[in-house]
Design a protein around this ligand. Sequence first.
Ligand code: ADP
Ligand code: NI
Length: 214
Amino acid sequence: MPENLIEKTKSWVQARLTEAESGHDWWHIQRVYKTAMHLAKSENADETTVALAALLHDLTDTKLTDRAEAIEAEIVAFLQQIGASASLIEQVMYIVRNMSFRHSAHFTGNKTIEFQVVQDADRLDAIGAIGIARAFSYGGFKKRPFLNFETRAEAEAFFGNSNTDASTIGHFYEKLLLLKDMMNTKSARRLAEERHIFMLRWLDEFYREWEGEI
Ligand code: ADP
Ligand code: NI
């Protein structure tokens, strides 16, 4: 792997994320990068493409910026300037453009193994202990209640039919608990299963305390 390309990209991305909120800050990028490299090895994906795409994957997210197209052009110019080849740039940009959760729900194009790995790594960061932390951080930012029901039974009856009550626990039913079945690769599915089981255990404890059981 050309370490030089990767180190330069890390510094460039980090410098751009000094003001980012905690769900998509440099620590998120670093976690996704590490997980993606781990998956790339077990899935035999091209490590350079995965590394660069993982590092760059959130810069153009339309939730985070209204100048996604301009930033795309800046990324391409940066990659050219550090000496990435045209085909590497094409592979990386294909992933960066198509990867977010919202896009991917409608995405019908070809998912290269590198695309699959980076998307899995990003989705893994939304579940497990970190996923729970991110959800409550987002909920706090939006001033959302943890839960809008007094009991687990009422909550689950509601979430069984609908999932849009704008509470943070609601987000588990709307997204977090669904992610394990959306993994592309076998290696990610195994990790997702573990994180999923942890979230279920955490939910058991959450509801127990919520209902005031001592
Ligand atoms: P992505 O990381 O795929 O870009 P989002 O930007 O939608 O996903 O979410 C960033 C983080 O905030 C994720 O961990 C996600 O679960 C969390 N999040 C997004 N929407 C909500 C919500 N309505 N309630 C709680 N957490 C949320
Ligand atoms: Ni991300």
